[in-house]
Ligand binder design. Structure first.
Ligand SMILES: [Zn+2]
Length: 334
C-alpha cells in the first residue's frame, strides 16, 4: 500500500441547494441570503498601485480590519454583503475570500469593468466577445484563480455618459448576463440621469430590465427621474447611505419613504457603497466625506429613520431581504 492510497479521498461536495447563489465561500440557498447589503465593497484600491508600490498596502492589517467589520455586521443581523468591486477598483477576490471565511459573513463577488470613459488598453484592440468570455469565465469557473464564482455583473456610466469605452462594457455585461443569467448591478451618476441611458443600451441588447439594479439612484431626490427608471421595470439602488456630499441621509430617507408610499417598495434595495478600506482618499478627506459613510449606518440610523417616516416593517423587509432574494433567484439564461 502506498502512502498515497491511505489518504482518504475528499468527499464530493454536496450538490448546491436549489435555488442557490454563488458566494466567495460556495453556493448558498437564496432562502438563506437574509438581510443583504446589495452594493458594498470590502477593499477599494487604485488599480495597480499596491502591486507596484507594496509599501502603501498592508494586506494583513487591512484584512484584520475587514474580518472584524464583517464579523460585527454578522453579529448585528446582516447575513450577506454584495461586494461590487471589479477591474478598475482593485478587485482582490483571494483576499476577500479569506475575509468571508474568517468572518462568517456571506460575500457575493462581482465581475465586470469599472470605467467612466476609456478602457484599459488591453480591451481597446479586442472585441466585445472577448470581454464577454472573460466575464463568463469568472461566473462559471471562478475569479482570479479562486473557487469563488462571480454572481453579479457590474458596469458604470458617469458624467461622461455612454462613451465608446463605456458602451463596450455595457454591451459585454448584457451579453454575459444573457449567457449566464446572473443579475446586472450598475454605477450611475444620478444627477445627469445616466440610469436611463444605461437602460437604453441594455434594452437594445435584449436585457429584461427587471433583472437590472440601477445603482446610486438614491443620490437624487428627483422623483420624476426615479419613477421613469422604475416604470421600465428595473430595481433602483438606494445604495449610498452616508455619502452626504451627494445627498444627506434625511433626504435619502424621505425619497425612499415617498417611493414606498407610491408602491415601489418591491423595487428598491438599500446599501452604502462603503468600503472597509479605500485608498482613493486620504484619511482626512475620507472623514470629511461623511462620518456615517460605513457599513453600519443603515442599521444604526437609516432603518430607525425610515420607521419614523412611516415605512412599514413589511416594506423594510422587502428592501433588505425579499428583493435581494428575488434578484438572485432569477438566474435563468436567455
Ligand atoms: Zn460601488
Amino acid at each position: 500500500m502506498t502512502a498515497e492510497s491511505r489518504v482518504p479521498q475528499p468527499a464530493q461536495p454536496p450538490p448546491p441547494p436549489d435555488p442557490y447563489v454563488e458566494t466567495a465561500t460556495g453556493p448558498v440557498s437564496t432562502a438563506d441570503l437574509g438581510f443583504t447589503l446589495m452594493h458594498e465593497h470590502v477593499f477599494v484600491v487604485s488599480e495597480g498601485v499596491p502591486s507596484n508600490f507594496p509599501s502603501v498596502w498592508d494586506a494583513e492589517a487591512y484584512k484584520k480590519r475587514a474580518v472584524d467589520a464583517l464579523r460585527h455586521l454578522k453579529e448585528r443581523g446582516v447575513s450577506t454583503l454584495v461586494d461590487m468591486t471589479v477591474l478598475g477598483t482593485g478587485r482582490n477576490v483571494p483576499l476577500v475570500q479569506q475575509v468571508a471565511r474568517e468572518s462568517g459573513l456571506q460575500v457575493i463577488v462581482a465581475t465586470g469593468l469599472y470605467t467612466y470613459d476609456a478602457l484599459p488598453h488591453y480591451f481597446e484592440t479586442r472585441g466585445v466577445d472577448h470581454m464577454v468570455d472573460l466575464f463568463v469565465r469568472d461566473i462559471t469557473e471562478g475569479v482570479q484563480g479562486t473557487s469563488a464564482r462571480a454572481a453579479v455583473l457590474k458596469c458604470a456610466t458617469d458624467h461622461a455618459g455612454v462613451t465608446p469605452g463605456v458602451e463596450k462594457v455595457l454591451r459585454a455585461v448584457a451579453k454575459a448576463h444573457r449567457r449566464t443569467g446572473v443579475p446586472i448591478s450598475t454605477h450611475t451618476e444620478a444627477r445627469s440621469q445616466q440610469g436611463l441611458a444605461q437602460q437604453d443600451v441594455l434594452e437594445s441588447e435584449g436585457v429584461d430590465l427587471s433583472r437590472v439594479v440601477i445603482g446610486h439612484s438614491g443620490d437624487t431626490d428627483d422623483i420624476e427621474y426615479l419613477t421613469k427608471l422604475l416604470q421600465r421595470g428595473s430595481y433602483i439602488g438606494m445604495d449610498r447611505f452616508g455619502l452626504d456630499i451627494f445627498l444627506p441621509t434625511d433626504k435619502r430617507v424621505a425619497v425612499v419613504a415617498r417611493l414606498c408610499q407610491m408602491g415601489y417598495a418591491d423595487r428598491m434595495v438599500l446599501s452604502h457603497d462603503a468600503a472597509v478600506y479605500m485608498d482613493w482618499f486620504t484619511p482626512e478627506i475620507l472623514k470629511a466625506l461623511g462620518p456615517n459613510w460605513n457599513h453600519f449606518h443603515i442599521l444604526d440610523h437609516v432603518l430607525p429613520a425610515l420607521r419614523l417616516a412611516g415605512v412599514s416593517e413589511e416594506h423594510i423587509q422587502l428592501m433588505t431581504v425579499g428583493n435581494p432574494r428575488r434578484i438572485f433567484e432569477n438566474m435563468s439564461s436567455y
